[in-house]
Design a protein around this ligand. Structure first.
Ligand SMILES: [Cu+2]
Length: 173
């Protein structure tokens, strides 16, 4: 079974029951046990973002060693600062829409991307390459697919109210 917990208390219960190996996703609010957010996929951008401040991101240090936050961006100011072992959470601001590369200069293998979106209509592909965008407004919409090495591809799609529109993308090197 693959479990996703959308409630901090549910995450705690799943850990207490020893079901954490079946837990694949938690929310950004699931802070108990502290390892939950670093060991599992953190789901953001759901319909309820009431607990989030737009443009703010929490960067966690869960292993208690020195790291460094280094972002590469053009629209947002770049960040380059140390995250000492005692700094469990650092809150940074990324307010302008763009794809921001983030690395740790202490550990060359630590690299990620942060997608700052101007709207809540996005999805992340799963292991089968499928992404879902929920509650997209009806009408003619443009979908943009982004991949860190393959770049961007866009397609137009007609979204009908109450129906699912399917669009296939193929990206090549
Ligand atoms: Cu590091």
């Amino acid at each position: 079974m693959r479990l996703v917990s959308l409630l901090p208390s549910a995450t705690e219960i799943l850990y207490a029951l020893g079901l954490d190996d079946q837990l694949v996703g938690v929310t950004f609010e699931c802070d108990e046990p502290p390892s939950a957010r670093s060991a599992k996929t953190v789901i953001v951008g759901g319909r309820d973002t009431s607990g989030m401040t737009p443009g703010e991101i929490d960067i966690l240090n869960s292993d208690g060693i020195l790291h460094n936050l280094h972002t590469y961006s053009t629209a947002n100011p770049s960040i380059n600062k140390a995250q000492p072992k005692f700094k469990k959470t650092m809150t940074e601001k990324l307010e302008k829409p763009e794809f921001v590369k983030i690395t740790c200069d202490v550990h060359s293998w630590m690299l990620g991307w942060i997608a700052v979106m101007p709207h809540p209509y996005f999805g992340v592909t799963d292991a089968n390459g499928v992404a879902k965008i929920e509650n997209a407004p009806a009408g003619k919409q443009t979908i943009e697919v982004w991949h860190e090495t393959l770049g961007k591809v866009t397609k137009d799609v007609e979204v009908k109210a109450g129906q699912t529109a399917k669009v296939a993308f193929e990206m090549k090197k």
